[in-house]
Write a protein that binds this ligand. Sequence first.
Ligand code: NAD
Ligand code: UDP
Length: 338
Amino acid sequence: MVLVTGGAGYIGSHTCISLHEAGFDFVVFDNLCNSSQESLARVEKIIGKKIPFYQGDIRNKQDLQSVFDTYKIDSVIHFAGLKAVGESVTIPLHYYDNNISGTLVLCQVMQENNCKKIVFSSSATVYGDPHTTPIKEDFPLSATNPYGRTKLFIEEILRDLYVSDNEYKIILLRYFNPVGAHKSGLIGEDPNGIPNNLMPFISQTAVQKREFLSVFGDDYDTHDGTGVRDYIHVVDLALGHVKALQNMDNVQNVLTVNLGTGKGYSVLDMVKAFEKASGKKVPYKIAPRRAGDVAKCFADPSYAFEVLGWRAQKGVEEMCEDSWRWQSQNPDGYDSKI
Ligand code: NAD
Ligand code: UDP
Protein backbone atom coordinates (compact mmCIF):
# COMPACT_ATOMS: atom_id res chain seq x y z
CA MET A 1 0.00 0.00 0.00
CA VAL A 2 1.32 3.44 -0.97
CA LEU A 3 0.71 6.43 1.31
CA VAL A 4 0.17 9.59 -0.74
CA THR A 5 0.61 12.69 1.43
CA GLY A 6 -0.91 15.78 -0.16
CA GLY A 7 -2.84 13.52 -2.52
CA ALA A 8 -5.85 15.86 -2.74
CA GLY A 9 -3.68 18.59 -4.29
CA TYR A 10 -2.95 19.41 -7.92
CA ILE A 11 -0.12 16.98 -8.65
CA GLY A 12 -1.26 14.44 -6.04
CA SER A 13 -4.76 14.05 -7.49
CA HIS A 14 -3.37 13.39 -10.98
CA THR A 15 -0.87 10.94 -9.52
CA CYS A 16 -3.72 9.01 -7.84
CA ILE A 17 -5.12 8.26 -11.30
CA SER A 18 -1.74 7.10 -12.64
CA LEU A 19 -1.19 4.92 -9.55
CA HIS A 20 -4.59 3.32 -10.03
CA GLU A 21 -3.94 2.72 -13.73
CA ALA A 22 -0.59 1.11 -12.89
CA GLY A 23 -2.26 -1.22 -10.39
CA PHE A 24 -1.01 0.31 -7.13
CA ASP A 25 -3.17 0.40 -4.00
CA PHE A 26 -2.93 3.70 -2.17
CA VAL A 27 -4.33 5.79 0.64
CA VAL A 28 -4.46 9.60 0.58
CA PHE A 29 -3.49 11.71 3.59
CA ASP A 30 -4.13 15.47 3.38
CA ASN A 31 -5.19 18.24 5.75
CA LEU A 32 -6.95 20.03 2.86
CA CYS A 33 -5.21 23.33 3.71
CA ASN A 34 -4.77 24.01 -0.01
CA SER A 35 -7.26 21.63 -1.59
CA SER A 36 -10.74 20.22 -1.25
CA GLN A 37 -12.06 16.70 -1.03
CA GLU A 38 -13.97 17.40 -4.21
CA SER A 39 -10.74 16.70 -6.15
CA LEU A 40 -10.74 13.16 -4.76
CA ALA A 41 -14.47 12.76 -5.41
CA ARG A 42 -13.71 13.59 -9.04
CA VAL A 43 -10.77 11.20 -9.16
CA GLU A 44 -13.12 8.50 -7.83
CA LYS A 45 -15.48 9.31 -10.66
CA ILE A 46 -12.67 8.96 -13.21
CA ILE A 47 -11.27 5.68 -11.87
CA GLY A 48 -14.62 4.24 -10.77
CA LYS A 49 -13.31 3.29 -7.36
CA LYS A 50 -13.43 4.65 -3.79
CA ILE A 51 -10.17 6.14 -2.52
CA PRO A 52 -9.27 5.63 1.14
CA PHE A 53 -8.79 9.13 2.57
CA TYR A 54 -7.53 10.43 5.92
CA GLN A 55 -7.87 14.08 6.78
CA GLY A 56 -4.86 14.86 8.92
CA ASP A 57 -1.72 16.92 9.28
CA ILE A 58 1.74 15.47 8.61
CA ARG A 59 2.99 17.38 11.68
CA ASN A 60 0.68 15.29 13.84
CA LYS A 61 2.22 11.94 14.75
CA GLN A 62 -1.06 10.39 15.89
CA ASP A 63 -2.79 11.34 12.65
CA LEU A 64 -0.09 9.58 10.65
CA GLN A 65 0.22 6.62 12.98
CA SER A 66 -3.48 5.85 12.61
CA VAL A 67 -2.92 5.34 8.86
CA PHE A 68 0.04 3.03 9.53
CA ASP A 69 -2.10 1.16 12.08
CA THR A 70 -4.83 0.58 9.50
CA TYR A 71 -2.74 -0.24 6.44
CA LYS A 72 0.53 -1.98 5.75
CA ILE A 73 2.26 1.01 4.17
CA ASP A 74 5.37 -0.03 2.24
CA SER A 75 6.14 3.24 0.47
CA VAL A 76 5.29 6.93 0.62
CA ILE A 77 4.90 9.58 -2.07
CA HIS A 78 5.32 12.82 -0.19
CA PHE A 79 3.59 15.76 -1.89
CA ALA A 80 2.25 17.49 1.24
CA GLY A 81 3.72 20.96 1.60
CA LEU A 82 3.11 24.64 1.12
CA LYS A 83 4.37 25.99 -2.19
CA ALA A 84 3.77 29.72 -2.64
CA VAL A 85 7.12 31.48 -2.99
CA GLY A 86 5.87 34.97 -2.09
CA GLU A 87 3.93 33.74 0.93
CA SER A 88 7.01 31.87 2.15
CA VAL A 89 8.87 35.19 2.34
CA THR A 90 6.06 36.70 4.45
CA ILE A 91 5.52 33.76 6.80
CA PRO A 92 8.80 31.80 6.75
CA LEU A 93 8.33 30.12 10.14
CA HIS A 94 5.04 28.66 8.98
CA TYR A 95 6.75 27.28 5.86
CA TYR A 96 9.63 25.79 7.86
CA ASP A 97 7.19 24.27 10.33
CA ASN A 98 4.78 22.86 7.78
CA ASN A 99 7.28 21.58 5.23
CA ILE A 100 10.34 20.69 7.30
CA SER A 101 8.83 19.75 10.69
CA GLY A 102 6.07 17.94 8.80
CA THR A 103 8.60 15.90 6.84
CA LEU A 104 10.54 15.11 10.03
CA VAL A 105 7.42 13.76 11.72
CA LEU A 106 6.54 11.76 8.60
CA CYS A 107 10.06 10.25 8.52
CA GLN A 108 9.89 9.41 12.23
CA VAL A 109 6.58 7.62 11.82
CA MET A 110 7.93 5.79 8.76
CA GLN A 111 11.00 4.72 10.72
CA GLU A 112 8.92 3.52 13.68
CA ASN A 113 6.85 1.43 11.29
CA ASN A 114 9.84 0.11 9.36
CA CYS A 115 8.74 1.81 6.13
CA LYS A 116 11.86 2.82 4.20
CA LYS A 117 10.76 3.89 0.76
CA ILE A 118 9.95 7.50 -0.06
CA VAL A 119 9.51 9.60 -3.19
CA PHE A 120 9.81 13.30 -2.42
CA SER A 121 8.45 16.29 -4.38
CA SER A 122 11.44 18.54 -4.83
CA SER A 123 11.66 21.40 -7.28
CA ALA A 124 13.88 22.99 -9.92
CA THR A 125 13.97 25.95 -7.54
CA VAL A 126 16.85 24.16 -5.75
CA TYR A 127 19.11 25.14 -8.69
CA GLY A 128 18.72 28.83 -7.78
CA ASP A 129 19.96 30.94 -10.68
CA PRO A 130 21.59 28.28 -12.89
CA HIS A 131 24.91 29.25 -14.50
CA THR A 132 23.80 27.61 -17.75
CA THR A 133 20.95 25.59 -19.29
CA PRO A 134 19.90 22.82 -19.72
CA ILE A 135 20.14 21.96 -16.02
CA LYS A 136 21.67 18.65 -14.94
CA GLU A 137 21.14 17.03 -11.56
CA ASP A 138 24.73 17.66 -10.46
CA PHE A 139 24.51 21.45 -10.89
CA PRO A 140 25.24 23.57 -7.77
CA LEU A 141 22.28 24.03 -5.43
CA SER A 142 21.04 27.21 -3.78
CA ALA A 143 17.82 28.89 -2.76
CA THR A 144 16.59 32.44 -2.94
CA ASN A 145 13.54 32.18 -0.66
CA PRO A 146 12.22 30.18 2.32
CA TYR A 147 10.12 27.88 0.11
CA GLY A 148 13.21 26.89 -1.88
CA ARG A 149 15.18 26.42 1.34
CA THR A 150 12.57 24.00 2.66
CA LYS A 151 13.12 21.88 -0.46
CA LEU A 152 16.92 22.05 -0.11
CA PHE A 153 16.83 21.19 3.60
CA ILE A 154 14.43 18.29 3.12
CA GLU A 155 16.68 16.89 0.38
CA GLU A 156 19.59 17.05 2.85
CA ILE A 157 17.54 15.47 5.65
CA LEU A 158 16.63 12.56 3.38
CA ARG A 159 20.27 12.14 2.35
CA ASP A 160 21.26 12.00 6.04
CA LEU A 161 18.59 9.40 6.63
CA TYR A 162 20.09 7.22 3.91
CA VAL A 163 23.59 7.61 5.36
CA SER A 164 22.23 6.45 8.72
CA ASP A 165 20.61 3.39 7.20
CA ASN A 166 21.43 2.17 3.69
CA GLU A 167 18.24 0.15 3.52
CA TYR A 168 16.32 3.32 2.72
CA LYS A 169 15.20 3.76 -0.87
CA ILE A 170 14.85 7.48 -1.52
CA ILE A 171 13.99 9.26 -4.76
CA LEU A 172 14.06 13.05 -5.00
CA LEU A 173 12.05 14.25 -7.98
CA ARG A 174 12.87 17.80 -9.02
CA TYR A 175 9.86 19.09 -10.92
CA PHE A 176 10.16 21.87 -13.45
CA ASN A 177 6.89 23.77 -14.18
CA PRO A 178 3.81 21.52 -13.91
CA VAL A 179 0.82 22.65 -16.01
CA GLY A 180 -2.15 21.10 -17.77
CA ALA A 181 -4.89 18.87 -16.46
CA HIS A 182 -6.44 15.45 -16.85
CA LYS A 183 -8.10 14.88 -20.26
CA SER A 184 -11.54 14.46 -18.65
CA GLY A 185 -11.58 18.14 -17.64
CA LEU A 186 -12.74 16.97 -14.20
CA ILE A 187 -9.55 17.71 -12.27
CA GLY A 188 -6.93 20.42 -12.60
CA GLU A 189 -5.11 23.20 -10.79
CA ASP A 190 -7.41 25.24 -8.51
CA PRO A 191 -5.38 28.00 -6.87
CA ASN A 192 -6.83 30.03 -4.02
CA GLY A 193 -7.33 33.72 -4.81
CA ILE A 194 -5.13 35.41 -7.39
CA PRO A 195 -2.83 32.84 -9.04
CA ASN A 196 0.93 33.31 -8.63
CA ASN A 197 1.82 30.94 -11.43
CA LEU A 198 1.71 31.76 -15.11
CA MET A 199 -0.58 29.05 -16.47
CA PRO A 200 -3.56 29.48 -14.11
CA PHE A 201 -3.22 33.25 -14.55
CA ILE A 202 -3.33 32.89 -18.35
CA SER A 203 -6.34 30.57 -18.25
CA GLN A 204 -8.25 32.80 -15.82
CA THR A 205 -7.52 35.75 -18.12
CA ALA A 206 -8.88 33.76 -21.08
CA VAL A 207 -12.20 33.18 -19.23
CA GLN A 208 -12.18 36.91 -18.37
CA LYS A 209 -11.89 36.32 -14.66
CA ARG A 210 -8.76 38.52 -14.84
CA GLU A 211 -8.55 41.60 -17.04
CA PHE A 212 -5.01 41.07 -18.31
CA LEU A 213 -1.82 39.15 -17.65
CA SER A 214 1.17 41.06 -16.32
CA VAL A 215 4.27 39.80 -18.09
CA PHE A 216 7.04 40.10 -15.54
CA GLY A 217 9.91 41.59 -17.56
CA ASP A 218 10.69 41.70 -21.29
CA ASP A 219 14.38 42.50 -20.99
CA TYR A 220 15.79 39.09 -20.07
CA ASP A 221 18.51 37.50 -22.16
CA THR A 222 16.06 35.15 -23.92
CA HIS A 223 14.72 34.88 -27.50
CA ASP A 224 11.93 37.43 -26.88
CA GLY A 225 13.07 39.00 -23.61
CA THR A 226 10.51 37.21 -21.42
CA GLY A 227 11.33 34.46 -18.92
CA VAL A 228 11.86 30.93 -20.23
CA ARG A 229 10.66 27.84 -18.34
CA ASP A 230 10.30 24.11 -18.86
CA TYR A 231 6.53 23.48 -18.72
CA ILE A 232 5.64 19.86 -18.12
CA HIS A 233 2.22 18.25 -18.40
CA VAL A 234 0.98 17.17 -14.96
CA VAL A 235 -0.03 13.75 -16.32
CA ASP A 236 3.55 13.17 -17.54
CA LEU A 237 4.72 14.24 -14.10
CA ALA A 238 2.29 11.83 -12.44
CA LEU A 239 3.70 9.00 -14.57
CA GLY A 240 7.17 9.94 -13.34
CA HIS A 241 6.01 8.98 -9.82
CA VAL A 242 4.75 5.62 -11.01
CA LYS A 243 8.12 4.99 -12.70
CA ALA A 244 9.87 6.02 -9.49
CA LEU A 245 7.88 3.48 -7.45
CA GLN A 246 8.40 0.77 -10.06
CA ASN A 247 12.17 1.33 -10.02
CA MET A 248 12.49 1.87 -6.28
CA ASP A 249 14.01 -1.51 -5.44
CA ASN A 250 16.94 -0.92 -7.84
CA VAL A 251 17.82 2.42 -6.28
CA GLN A 252 21.31 2.69 -4.86
CA ASN A 253 22.10 5.71 -2.73
CA VAL A 254 19.63 8.61 -2.94
CA LEU A 255 18.37 8.99 -6.50
CA THR A 256 17.89 12.58 -7.62
CA VAL A 257 16.06 13.12 -10.89
CA ASN A 258 14.87 16.09 -12.95
CA LEU A 259 11.32 15.81 -14.27
CA GLY A 260 11.11 18.23 -17.16
CA THR A 261 10.73 18.10 -20.94
CA GLY A 262 14.07 19.66 -21.82
CA LYS A 263 12.34 22.39 -23.83
CA GLY A 264 12.12 26.02 -22.79
CA TYR A 265 9.18 28.29 -23.63
CA SER A 266 8.92 32.00 -22.92
CA VAL A 267 5.96 33.75 -21.30
CA LEU A 268 4.90 35.11 -24.70
CA ASP A 269 5.30 31.66 -26.32
CA MET A 270 2.87 30.33 -23.70
CA VAL A 271 0.41 33.17 -24.27
CA LYS A 272 0.39 32.41 -28.02
CA ALA A 273 0.07 28.65 -27.49
CA PHE A 274 -2.83 29.18 -25.09
CA GLU A 275 -4.61 31.58 -27.45
CA LYS A 276 -4.31 28.99 -30.23
CA ALA A 277 -5.58 26.12 -28.08
CA SER A 278 -8.49 28.06 -26.58
CA GLY A 279 -9.48 30.36 -29.42
CA LYS A 280 -9.59 33.15 -26.79
CA LYS A 281 -7.58 36.33 -26.50
CA VAL A 282 -5.18 36.67 -23.57
CA PRO A 283 -4.59 40.41 -23.16
CA TYR A 284 -1.27 41.21 -21.51
CA LYS A 285 0.83 44.15 -20.37
CA ILE A 286 4.55 44.25 -19.83
CA ALA A 287 5.33 44.80 -16.14
CA PRO A 288 8.58 45.07 -14.16
CA ARG A 289 10.58 41.93 -13.43
CA ARG A 290 9.40 39.89 -10.42
CA ALA A 291 11.97 39.75 -7.64
CA GLY A 292 13.86 36.46 -7.52
CA ASP A 293 12.92 35.32 -11.05
CA VAL A 294 15.63 33.83 -13.26
CA ALA A 295 15.87 34.37 -17.03
CA LYS A 296 15.96 30.73 -18.11
CA CYS A 297 15.28 27.44 -16.41
CA PHE A 298 14.91 24.18 -18.28
CA ALA A 299 15.94 20.63 -17.60
CA ASP A 300 18.31 18.17 -19.08
CA PRO A 301 15.84 15.26 -18.73
CA SER A 302 18.21 12.52 -19.98
CA TYR A 303 18.99 11.07 -16.55
CA ALA A 304 15.28 10.42 -15.89
CA PHE A 305 15.18 8.28 -19.02
CA GLU A 306 18.39 6.49 -18.11
CA VAL A 307 17.42 5.56 -14.55
CA LEU A 308 13.62 5.49 -14.62
CA GLY A 309 12.87 4.88 -18.30
CA TRP A 310 10.68 7.98 -18.09
CA ARG A 311 10.36 10.71 -20.67
CA ALA A 312 7.72 13.44 -21.04
CA GLN A 313 5.36 12.71 -23.94
CA LYS A 314 3.07 15.73 -24.08
CA GLY A 315 3.86 19.04 -25.76
CA VAL A 316 2.72 22.60 -25.02
CA GLU A 317 -0.23 22.36 -27.36
CA GLU A 318 -1.72 19.52 -25.31
CA MET A 319 -0.81 21.27 -22.04
CA CYS A 320 -2.75 24.35 -23.14
CA GLU A 321 -5.72 22.39 -24.54
CA ASP A 322 -6.07 20.42 -21.31
CA SER A 323 -5.67 23.49 -19.09
CA TRP A 324 -8.32 25.21 -21.15
CA ARG A 325 -10.76 22.28 -20.92
CA TRP A 326 -10.40 22.26 -17.12
CA GLN A 327 -10.66 26.06 -16.80
CA SER A 328 -13.59 26.50 -19.18
CA GLN A 329 -15.59 23.60 -17.69
CA ASN A 330 -14.80 24.70 -14.11
CA PRO A 331 -14.55 28.50 -14.08
CA ASP A 332 -14.76 28.39 -10.27
CA GLY A 333 -12.45 25.42 -9.87
CA TYR A 334 -13.80 22.70 -7.60
CA ASP A 335 -16.69 24.95 -6.56
CA SER A 336 -18.06 24.63 -10.09
CA LYS A 337 -21.05 22.37 -10.58
CA ILE A 338 -20.48 19.50 -12.97
P1 NAD B 1 -0.95 21.58 -3.81
O1 NAD B 1 -0.97 22.68 -2.82
O2 NAD B 1 -2.03 21.50 -4.82
O3 NAD B 1 -0.88 20.17 -3.05
C1 NAD B 1 -0.23 20.02 -1.81
C2 NAD B 1 -1.21 19.31 -0.88
O4 NAD B 1 -0.59 19.14 0.40
C3 NAD B 1 -2.50 20.10 -0.65
O5 NAD B 1 -3.61 19.26 -0.91
C4 NAD B 1 -2.43 20.51 0.81
O6 NAD B 1 -3.71 20.56 1.40
C5 NAD B 1 -1.55 19.41 1.39
N1 NAD B 1 -0.81 19.80 2.62
C6 NAD B 1 -0.02 20.89 2.79
N2 NAD B 1 0.48 20.89 4.05
C7 NAD B 1 0.02 19.77 4.66
C8 NAD B 1 0.18 19.23 5.95
N3 NAD B 1 0.89 19.85 6.89
N4 NAD B 1 -0.43 18.06 6.25
C9 NAD B 1 -1.20 17.42 5.32
N5 NAD B 1 -1.39 17.90 4.08
C10 NAD B 1 -0.80 19.07 3.76
O7 NAD B 1 0.47 21.62 -4.55
P2 NAD B 1 1.02 20.80 -5.78
O8 NAD B 1 1.24 21.74 -6.90
O9 NAD B 1 0.22 19.59 -6.01
O10 NAD B 1 2.46 20.40 -5.22
C11 NAD B 1 2.73 19.16 -4.60
C12 NAD B 1 4.17 19.15 -4.14
O11 NAD B 1 5.03 19.39 -5.26
C13 NAD B 1 4.50 20.24 -3.11
O12 NAD B 1 5.40 19.71 -2.16
C14 NAD B 1 5.18 21.30 -3.95
O13 NAD B 1 6.08 22.07 -3.18
C15 NAD B 1 5.90 20.46 -4.99
N6 NAD B 1 6.18 21.20 -6.23
C16 NAD B 1 5.16 21.83 -6.87
C17 NAD B 1 5.42 22.57 -8.01
C18 NAD B 1 4.31 23.31 -8.71
O14 NAD B 1 4.61 24.25 -9.47
N7 NAD B 1 3.05 22.94 -8.58
C19 NAD B 1 6.74 22.64 -8.52
C20 NAD B 1 7.75 21.97 -7.83
C21 NAD B 1 7.47 21.25 -6.68
N1 UDP C 1 5.01 35.11 -15.01
C1 UDP C 1 4.49 36.26 -15.55
N2 UDP C 1 3.28 36.70 -15.07
C2 UDP C 1 2.59 36.06 -14.08
C3 UDP C 1 3.15 34.87 -13.54
C4 UDP C 1 4.36 34.43 -14.02
O1 UDP C 1 5.08 36.86 -16.44
O2 UDP C 1 1.52 36.53 -13.68
C5 UDP C 1 6.30 34.59 -15.54
C6 UDP C 1 7.41 34.49 -14.51
O3 UDP C 1 8.11 35.71 -14.44
C7 UDP C 1 8.25 33.34 -15.08
C8 UDP C 1 7.21 32.43 -15.74
O4 UDP C 1 6.07 33.26 -15.98
O5 UDP C 1 9.13 33.81 -16.09
C9 UDP C 1 6.80 31.25 -14.88
O6 UDP C 1 6.40 31.71 -13.60
P1 UDP C 1 5.73 30.77 -12.52
O7 UDP C 1 5.46 31.59 -11.30
O8 UDP C 1 4.58 30.05 -13.15
O9 UDP C 1 6.85 29.66 -12.25
P2 UDP C 1 8.34 29.81 -11.66
O10 UDP C 1 8.66 31.24 -11.49
O11 UDP C 1 8.27 29.07 -10.37
O12 UDP C 1 9.22 29.13 -12.66
